[in-house]
Ligand binder design. Structure first.
Ligand code: UDX
Length: 437
C-alpha cells in the first residue's frame, strides 16, 4: 500500500487515481477547481465514463480515495505525486505548460523529505527535465530527495478503466532506474509489460503512438476517398488489409476523421516540436490536412445531394467525438455543424450523452430528445457518432418524418442496401458508387 497524490482530476487524473485506489493504495486527488471537487465529494462525476462512478464510490467508502483542493492535505506524507493536469494547445499548437509548472511548484513547496514525481500529462519532449529544474530551483536550499519519472497514459475515453486495468504496456522513463522501478511497483498487480527507458524517449513514445494511430485513420480515409471514385468499398479493403498480421485491423475505420482531446492536440504539438527543431514533418502535416478535409468532404456530399444547403434542415445524429463519452472536444459533428451553418443550413441534433456540453457551443442548433425528433422535417440526416442506440433505428418511421429521405452515414454504421430498401438515398464514406448522391 502506497500513499499517492494525483494532481488534476480530468480524465487521466481521475481514472488513474481511482484505479490506483482500487489496487489498494491510499490516494488523494487534488484539483484547483472547487466546483469539480465539491461534485466529486458528493459522488457526482464531472465526466461521463462507464464504470467510473461506481469505482469512485467503492473506493471512497473504503477510505482509500479522497478529493481536495488543498495542496498541503494532498501532499501530506505522499510518496508518489502524479501530475495529470491539462496541457492545452497554445499558440501554433505548442503545449501550454502553465498547469504543469504550478503543480511542480506546489510539490517543491510542500513535499516532505522525499518524493517521486510522475508526469502523466502529455508534455513536449524535454519537459521532464524542465520539471526537475522547476522543483530544484523552487525548493532552494531545503533538501528534497526527488526524481522525475515520465509515465505517459494511453487511456481511451469510454474504456479508460479497462484500459488502465489491462494495459498493452506501461511505459516509464527516468534517468534513474531505481526511481522507475519504484513506480513500476505500483503497476505490478496488473501483471503487464512494463517498459523502462529514459525520460525523453518515454515522452516521445506517447506522441509517436498517438500520431501513428491518427496516421492510420487519415490513411484509411484517403483510401476511402479513392475507393469512392474507383467503385470499391473501403470497409472491405480495410478488412482485407487487416488480415495481414503486419497491418492488423484496428484504427482502420474510415469516417469523418479523428477528434477528441488527444489526437488533434498531440499531432499538432509533435509537428510544432519538429518544426521548432528544424525538421520537416510533412507526413504529420498531411495527416492533419486529410482530417480537416474529411469534414469538409461530408459537407460537400450533402451540398451535392441537396443542390445547395441554404435554408435546408439537416439532422445530426451524435455530437460527441466518439461513442461512450460526453466529450465534444474537436468532435467532427461540431465542425460539420458550423460548416453547414455557414452555408445557411438549420441544424437539429441529438446525442445520448453530450447534450449538456453541446448546449454551450451550439447556440443556434435545435437540440432534440431522440433521433426521431431530429428527423422531423429534415432535408437530410448525417450520422456523426456511431452510438449503439443508432444501430437499429426504425427507418420507416424516420422516412415518414423527413422532408427528403437522404442519409449520410458518416461512420459507415449501417448496411447501405437495408437503408436503401426503405426508400432512402444512402451516402456512406468510401463505399464505392454507393456513396455517390
Ligand atoms: C486516444 C488514444 O487511443 C489513447 O491511447 C490516448 O491516450 C488518448 O487518445 P481517445 O481520444 O479516447 O484515445 O479516442 P480513440 O478511441 O483513440 O479515438 C480517437 C478518434 O479517432 C475518434 O474521433 C474516433 O472516432 C476516431 N477513429 C478511431 C476513427 O475515425 N477511426 C478508427 O478506426 C478509430
Amino acid at each position: 500500500m502506497s500513499k499517492i497524490c494525483v494532481i488534476g482530476t480530468g480524465y487521466v487524473g481521475l481514472v488513474t487515481g481511482t484505479c490506483f485506489a482500487d489496487l489498494g493504495n491510499v490516494v488523494t486527488c487534488l484539483d484547483v477547481n472547487p466546483d469539480r471537487i465539491n461534485k466529486l465529494n458528493s459522488g457526482i462525476m464531472p465526466i461521463y465514463e462507464p464504470g467510473l462512478e461506481q469505482l469512485v464510490k467503492q473506493n471512497v467508502s473504503a477510505n482509500r480515495l479522497s478529493f481536495t483542493t488543498d495542496y498541503p492535505t494532498a501532499l501530506k506524507g505522499a510518496e508518489y505525486a502524479f501530475i495529470a493536469v491539462g496541457t492545452p494547445s497554445g499558440n501554433d499548437g505548442e503545449a501550454d505548460l502553465r498547469f504543469v509548472k504550478s503543480a511542480a511548484e506546489a510539490i517543491a513547496d510542500l513535499a516532505e523529505e522525499s518524493i517521486l514525481v510522475i508526469n502523466k500529462s502529455t508534455v513536449p519532449v524535454g519537459t521532464g527535465d524542465w520539471v526537475a529544474e522547476v522543483i530544484k530551483n523552487r525548493r532552494g536550499n531545503r533538501p528534497l530527495n526527488f526524481r522525475v519519472v515520465s509515465n505517459p497514459e494511453f487511456l481511451r475515453e469510454g474504456s479508460a478503466i479497462s484500459d488502465f486495468m489491462n494495459p498493452d504496456r506501461v511505459v516509464l522513463g527516468s534517468e534513474d532506474r531505481k526511481a522507475a522501478n519504484l513506480v513500476a511497483q505500483l503497476y505490478q498487480p496488473l501483471r503487464c509489460t512494463i517498459m523502462i527507458t529514459d525520460l525523453r524517449t518515454a515522452e516521445m513514445i506517447k506522441y509517436a503512438s498517438n500520431a501513428f494511430l491518427a496516421t492510420r485513420i487519415s490513411f484509411i480515409n484517403e483510401i476511402g476517398n479513392i475507393c469512392e471514385e474507383m467503385g470499391a468499398d473501403v470497409r472491405e479493403v480495410a478488412l482485407g488489409m487487416g488480415y495481414d498480421k503486419r497491418i492488423g485491423h484496428s484504427f482502420l475505420d474510415a469516417g469523418l476523421g479523428w477528434g477528441g482531446s488527444c489526437f488533434p492536440k498531440d499531432v499538432k504539438a509533435l509537428e510544432h516540436m519538429a518544426v521548432l527543431h528544424g525538421t520537416h514533418p510533412q507526413l504529420l502535416q498531411a495527416v492533419m490536412e486529410i482530417n480537416r478535409n474529411q469534414r469538409r468532404r461530408a459537407v460537400m456530399k450533402l451540398r451535392k445531394a441537396l443542390k445547395n444547403l441554404n435554408e435546408k434542415t439537416i439532422g445530426v445524429l451524435g455530437i460527441s467525438f466518439k461513442p461512450n463519452t460526453d466529450d465534444i472536444r474537436d468532435a467532427a459533428a461540431i465542425e460539420i455543424i458550423h460548416l453547414l451553418e455557414n452555408e445557411g443550413a438549420h441544424i437539429r441534433a441529438y446525442d445520448p450523452q453530450a447534450m449538456e456540453n453541446a448546449r454551450s457551443v451550439l447556440k443556434n442548433v435545435v437540440l432534440c430528445e431522440n433521433p426521431y425528433q431530429v428527423a422531423e422535417n429534415a432535408d437530410a440526416l448525417i450520422l456523426a457518432t456511431e452510438w449503439n442506440e443508432f444501430k437499429q433505428l426504425d427507418f420507416s418511421r424516420l422516412k415518414v418524418l423527413m422532408k427528403h429521405p437522404i442519409i449520410l452515414d458518416g461512420r459507415n454504421l449501417w448496411d447501405p442496401e437495408t437503408v436503401r430498401s426503405y426508400g432512402f438515398t444512402y451516402i456512406g464514406v468510401g463505399r464505392g458508387n454507393t456513396t455517390k448522391p
